[in-house]
Design a protein around this ligand. Structure first.
Ligand code: NDP
Length: 316
């Protein structure tokens, strides 16, 4: 049985609007280290049975941010003992060549997870590539079979960032039943799967997006705010109910007088005077995303051993 949210520690925050003067920092770095320890332990147990999960990572082109993300993913994989195979393809690789490589990896029993680092060069159709990955090896959880399965509550590979956010929330609040969560952003990779997972955890969920009327007022109703917008420091204290728990997914680079700096979608300074708990940027959601990618690699390997037949989408 797959239990990605097991081992919940219960340093639980009770939502109490009047008691807070400064938010507790939700330490994603520390929690991700704990998740990575869980993965390392599972990898050891599998090795004792001669099972060695492996992750293939495809990097197309030379986008500097993607290079950093891929390097970090490979380093963490190595740390926990997951074998990784890096496939670097040039900017001018054809879509057909990418699809052929994916087909080979789909068919390779020594590869359990396939990750294609996004974004892709403009001449390659992102959806064609994502949908070519065998769903059972789709460790990003972006294939429509996994997306549909997630909505139906099946045991499927689930996108890493929302999974990491759920773990942060469970560690902070324990049971989420009955809480009102507002997700700001409705992308396929963060906002929508996040809203689905919160619903499965028995929250009442609202999704706010660029066409929402008075997004701040909607957020002020929330016990939990998850910000996944891509706009630096958009959400400040005025958007929050006192005592709310804030998960900031955003990663934005801004220029300051002391040089470039990473900030989230939440104005940490003002929000932390109103929230009861908040994730920092960096050091919040980011490390959890990588940890859940590796957890997903183990889940993929387990699903493959449980032997559901792997479907191999045809190369178009
Ligand atoms: P997208 O650009 O795909 O989606 C942004 C969403 O925000 C859209 O749904 C958009 O609405 C909504 N939005 C934009 N402007 C507003 C506004 N003024 N008010 C309310 N909603 C608005 O971004 P992603 O979901 O891919 O990423 C979001 C952020 O999270 C980025 O900063 C990204 O870098 C970061 N990120 C971090 C990860 C991590 O591991 N920490 C992983 C993935 C992403 P609409 O649909 O109407 O256009």
């Amino acid at each position: 049985m797959l239990q990605p949210f097991l081992n919940l520690k219960t340093t639980v925050i009770r939502l109490n609007p009047s008691a807070q003067t400064h938010a507790r920092i939700i330490d994603g770095k520390a929690l991700s280290a704990q998740v990575l320890d869980e993965v390392r332990e599972d990898v050891r147990a599998l090795a004792a049975q001669q099972i060695y999960p492996a992750l293939a990572v495809l990097l197309i082109g030379q986008d500097p941010a993607s290079e950093v993300y891929v390097r970090n993913k490979l380093l963490r994989a190595k740390d926990v003992g997951i074998h990784s195979l890096e496939h670097r393809l040039p900017d001018n690789v054809s879509q057909q060549q990418v699809l052929q490589l994916i087909q080979r990896l789909n068919a390779d029993p020594g590869v359990n997870g396939i990750l294609v680092q996004l974004p892709l060069p403009a001449h390659i159709n992102e959806q064609a590539v994502i949908q070519a990955i065998a769903p059972i090896k789709d460790v990003d959880g972006f294939h429509r079979e996994n997306v549909g399965g997630l909505v139906q509550g099946d045991e499927v590979l689930t996108p890493c960032t929302p999974s990491g956010c759920m773990r942060l929330l469970h560690e902070t609040l324990g049971d989420l039943s009955g809480l009102h969560a507002v997700v700001v952003g409705r992308s396929n990779i963060v906002g929508k799967p996040m809203a689905t997972l919160l619903l499965q955890a028995n929250c009442s969920v609202s999704v706010v997006h660029s066409r929402s009327v008075d997004a701040a007022a909607l957020c002020r109703l929330a016990d939990i705010v998850v910000a996944a917008v891509g706009r630096p420091q958009m959400i400040d204290a005025r958007w929050l109910k006192p005592g709310a728990v804030v998960i900031d997914v955003g990663i934005n680079r801004i220029d300051t007088s002391s040089g470039p700096r990473l900030v989230g979608d939440v104005d940490f300074e003002s929000a932390s005077r109103v929230a009861s708990a908040i994730t920092p940027v960096p050091g919040g959601v980011g490390p959890m995303t990588i940890a859940y990618l590796l957890k997903n690699t183990l889940i993929a390997s387990e699903l493959q051993r449980a032997e559901r037949p792997i479907s191999y989408p045809a190369v178009g």
